[in-house]
Design a protein. Structure first.
Length: 239
């Protein structure tokens, strides 16, 4: 995400970046080690947003997009515009290949799903984020995905673009899952999208879900804390 910082600063944004629980300089997550659940990741995003105050834009990558959508489902007020790079839209789709690779029976997978639902107090379907616009008002969204992404299928973004109002999509070739984050054209078009004015501010509808794994305190590393905003500067969060 580092490639976005200088262009955002030149555009007049203040930039906030953070390490998810269990990543980088942050404390271990509740799962231990370098693992983190989508729910805990979403709780971290909400806490960063609360601490930062007004946030006008957000750039997220891969599972950070999933966490962002879950935060919106839980009542978080999203920024006016968002950019999702190679979003992980259908976590459920990975369950079957995972079970097959480990020779896990259907009975065991059913128990696993039930355990996840009990632990996080939400249906399994919540983790597929294409349904987010059905339960909450959402801001304009720019999707960026590469046809040669071997980690998250290009079709994930195609499906999300079809489900998300006021969305547009940029497709690339030969950049895979991570080189997108360092591509000058991708960075430039993402910043340009965040700079555009929005006709009306987004509000969030009440949803039946509540934060299921929030922490009172989160040990967050603000990787860009040294960048001070100019008076009236806008804030952008990166996950």
């Amino acid at each position: 995400m580092q490639s976005f910082v200088e262009p955002l600063l030149r555009a007049g944004f203040r930039v906030l970046a953070f390490d998810a629980p269990g990543h980088g300089a942050s404390a271990p997550s509740r799962m231990g080690g370098r693992r983190v659940s989508f729910i805990e990741f979403a709780a971290a995003l909400r806490e960063v947003s609360r601490t930062a105050g007004s946030v006008s834009g957000l750039i997220a990558h891969s599972s950070g997009c999933t966490a962002t959508a879950l935060a919106i489902r839980d009542g978080w007020r999203p920024p006016a515009r968002m950019v999702f790079v190679a979003p992980f839209v259908f976590p459920d789709a990975y369950a079957a290949p995972f079970a097959k690779a480990l020779a896990v029976s259907a009975t065991v997978m059913a128990r696993f799903r039930a355990r996840v639902e009990r632990r996080f107090k939400r249906p399994w379907s919540d983790f597929d984020i294409d349904g987010t616009p059905c339960v909450a008002d959402v801001p304009p969204l720019l999707l960026v995905h590469d046809h040669d992404d071997n980690e998250v299928p290009f079709t994930d973004s195609v499906a999300l673009a079809a489900a998300w109002p006021q969305s547009r999509m940029i497709d690339t070739q030969g950049l895979g899952h991570r080189k997108l984050l360092r591509d000058a054209a991708v960075v430039a078009r993402s910043v340009e999208f965040l700079e555009r004015p929005v006709a009306a501010h987004v509000t969030t509808r009440p949803t039946p879900h509540s934060p299921a794994d929030a922490r009172d305190e989160l040990d967050l590393a603000f990787e860009s804390a040294g960048f001070a905003p100019e008076q009236g500067a806008r804030s952008t969060s990166m996950t």
